[in-house]
Design a protein around this ligand. Structure first.
Ligand code: DGJ
Length: 733
């Protein structure tokens, strides 16, 4: 059933491959015993205290002078009571006390997985056999409880965790830290993996060594999960590769400020944690109130990075994205942004759409520039009605003309923002986020709408609903083009100002929940200046996210590989754009650009009317071929192939039954007499026979088998010039 309870005090949470064991000790503290490969934990007892001598580690219980939380692995480390490492939470009581004390009171096992109040979380479905363990701890001196929740999704090989705090009294408490989970590891023999970057350089894989006492923090204080960091962190054993070795990962289902950390202590044990960033967070927990933390996903694999990736992909595809889009092939779209920027009109859009429809494009997306007086990025956010100079007959007429070409119609919006030059600002300046005496900083000439306010949330819900209905939208691109500064709300009293960041995210989720409930078939593509809010929280509402504003195919290789480390390929959108590339100025062939985009959710972001006849034919062929394989690319089993070459990338998309695969190989710079000539293909059944041929130009079929592909590899043809791609089709015989 996923959880065994031994002696009413030891809890074994398990999936087919993973065990997670915790235990209540004699003082009512919850100790962490184990996380890793599935074991039978009968003989696991109290953790061995890491040192027999307590040097400078205080002892909180007078009757147990050898007991210090400073040296014990815990599930809910408290602040101020003998443990000097990073705590799970921190509260200030009405008498000024900050030291906390939680003692185990009871546990509850429930079949299923209750949704989290106001927050997105992994969905449960009938037949999932999910079981949830809730451990309630009580403060012996103040009327306060803390509940640790663990849901075991046995068939997904995943455990999720979250925490809630409940004030049972009448005096308010001030919460200063409320993480979603911490885990203690018995040693520090790990390398830490996280994803980091910047605008147009999102989610590169970054490795750091642990091994010595230190703390590594991965965090965002930007009001969004951000381009810069990802609410993800993994510890891998030093020998872990793409395909083998232990890796332990956590990912937070949240879109705002977050903190993830790994702390190696004096005894070389390692604590990791993840949750809302305590910086910019302060929450008044009034009598009777409950505070719920976001959900953290915990994944363990002994099959290296690819093993971890496949667990995240499966979980997010099946139980996080909106159910209406589960395993639904994504439409091939053409987006007007790099084709026309703000120079939009009915005639421009219709003629682009005509040209795109002829290519086989299925969805036309009108990007920024259609509303208010939006001829540049200096005005009109908030005024969500079409510019009649550009659309004299109204946008509904344009939408109708696009649809009559057999295409779907989609629109860009940036609902969380407001331009100071807008009718909305003139009417409601108090709807902007801001603090007294500090003029709000502009970014991209815009301010942030204060989504912590219910009237603002309602305005956004109503405005979007009207647009969706009037234009019968099939698709919405939901953009967000600045981070939050001077964070405060005109709707909150001074002592609650530091609640604004989290309330903003709760408000955003309320809006998204309302829209996706009303219009479950509407395809929302998340975006924040590219991939600035590519996070599991947004994925719960937007089944695909614009991975980066950088459309350069070469730069995209690292961005898409980093993104697909945790996110399913069906969520990662990738467009073929014009050359020279608008972000880097680089020129690469149309074929290379297409292969990179076809390794994600393919779209186009160029003016199709300007394609040469030859390129038009090539694009038609790309679209025709992508339609044949998109099910495999978007929903197949994805693996990164170890090219052992920093100048090359290799990816495989394999059908779940192992009958069919596509192998992509990308080489960056040309070198004469290239030293590497083979690409090992890991992940196909070794004993099975296959036929292989180059996809491009329909090469000759050669017969081989899984063992040969793995241990010998595909022969890489002689490639001339920089930026070359080879794709092989692999079919079971
Ligand atoms: C940023 C997005 O990432 C772009 O694709 C485009 O939609 C612009 N915003 C429009 O302002």
């Amino acid at each position: 059933m996923g959880i065994d309870i031994l002696d009413q005090r030891k809890f074994h949470l398990y999936t087919n491959n993973t065990s997670y064991v915790l235990q209540v000790d004699a003082h009512g503290q919850i100790l962490h015993l184990y996380w890793g490969k599935r074991i039978h934990p009968e003989s696991l007892t109290d953790p061995v205290r890491t040192t027999p001598i307590l040097a400078f580690s205080p002892t909180p219980y007078a009757d147990d002078p050898q007991y210090s939380l400073d040296v014990l692995p815990q599930e809910a480390p408290m602040f101020g009571r003998s443990d000097f490492r990073e705590p799970l939470c921190q509260l200030r009581f009405d008498d000024g006390t900050m030291a906390s004390e939680y003692v185990f009171e009871s546990y509850r096992l429930t079949l299923g997985k209750p949704p989290l109040l106001g927050l997105p979380s992994i969905r449960e479905e009938a037949g999932d056999s999910v079981v949830t363990l809730s451990l309630t701890l009580r403060d012996p001196s103040y009327p306060l409880t803390m509940t640790l929740s663990y849901s075991v999704l046995e068939s997904f090989d995943v455990i999720t965790r979250s925490v809630s705090w409940h004030n049972e009294g009448s005096s308010p408490y001030e919460m200063e830290r409320a993480l979603s989970m911490t885990v203690d590891f018995p040693d520090a023999d790990y390398r830490l993996l996280h994803l980091a970057g910047a605008w147009a350089r999102e989610r590169g894989e970054v490795w750091s060594e642990l091994g010595q006492p230190k703390k590594v923090s991965v965090e965002s204080r930007r009001g969004a999960s951000s381009h810069q960091m990802q609410p993800f962190l993994a510890l891998a054993r030093p020998h872990t590769t793409r395909d083998s070795g232990d890796i332990f990962a956590t990912h937070l289902i949240y879109s705002g400020n977050f903190l993830a950390f790994a702390e190696v202590d004096q005894y070389l044990t390692t604590r990791i944690g993840i949750g809302i960033n305590p910086s910019e967070f302060h929450w008044i927990l009034n009598g009777g109130d409950t505070f719920q933390s976001p959900e953290a996903v915990l994944v363990y694999s002994d099959k290296g990075q690819n093993g971890m990736t496949s667990i995240f992909h499966h979980l997010y595809q099946e139980r996080l994205i909106p159910p209406a889009f589960r395993r639904v092939e994504r439409p091939i779209l053409l987006n007007t942004w790099e084709a026309a920027y703000f120079k939009l009109s009915e005639e421009t859009i219709v003629s682009i759409a005509e040209s795109a429809a002829d290519l086989g494009v299925e969805l036309l997306v009108v990007d920024d520039g259609w509303f208010g007086h939006r001829d540049n990025d200096r005005s009109s956010l908030g005024d969500w009605h079409e510019d009649r100079n550009k659309f004299p007959d109204g946008l509904a007429s344009t939408a109708q003309r696009v649809r009559s070409l057999g295409m779907k119609f989609g629109l860009w919006v940036e609902p969380e923002m407001i331009s100071p030059v807008s009718a909305l600002y003139a009417k409601h300046p108090e709807w902007c986020m801001g603090v007294p005496h500090r003029p709000p900083s502009l970014a991209r000439h815009q301010l942030v709408l204060d989504l912590s306010r219910q009237d603002v949330q309602d305005f956004v819900i109503d405005t979007l609903s009207q647009l969706i209905e009037e234009l019968q939208l099939d698709y919405l691109k939901w953009d967000m083009n600045r981070h939050l500064s001077e964070v405060g709300s005109h709707g909150l009293p001074p002592r609650q100002q530091q609640e604004t960041s989290h309330r903003y995210i709760l408000g955003l989720y309320r809006v998204l929940e309302a829209i996706t409930t009303r219009y479950p078939q509407l395809l929302i593509e998340g975006c924040s200046g590219g991939g600035g809010r590519f996070d599991p929280g947004m994925l719960a509402y937007s089944p695909q996210i614009w991975a980066s504003d950088n459309t350069d195919a070469v730069a995209r290789l690292a961005i898409q590989q980093g993104t697909a480390l945790v996110y399913p390929v069906s969520t990662v959108t990738a467009h073929v754009s014009d050359v020279p590339n608008h972000q880097t100025g680089r020129q690469v062939s149309l074929g290379f650009r297409a292969m990179v985009a076809m390794s994600g959710v393919l779209g186009y972001e160029l003016d199709p009317r300007r394609l040469s006849d030859e390129d038009r034919e090539a694009v038609k062929e790309q679209i025709r071929r992508y339609k044949e394989v998109r099910g495999l690319v978007q929903f197949g089993y994805y693996t990164v192939l170890e090219t052992r070459d920093p100048n090359a990338y290799g990816w495989m998309f394999r059908s779940h039954d192992g009958h069919q695969a596509l192998v992509f190989y990308f080489r960056l710079m040309a070198r004469a007499n290239y030293p590497r000539t083979r690409l090992p293909v890991v992940g196909l059944p070794l004993e099975r026979s296959y036929a292989v041929r180059e996809w491009e130009g329909h090469g000759q079929w050669l017969s081989t088998n899984g063992g040969e592909l793995r241990h010998v590899g595909l022969v890489i043809p002689d490639l001339r010039d920089d930026y070359q791609a080879v794709v092989w089709e692999v079919l079971a015989l």
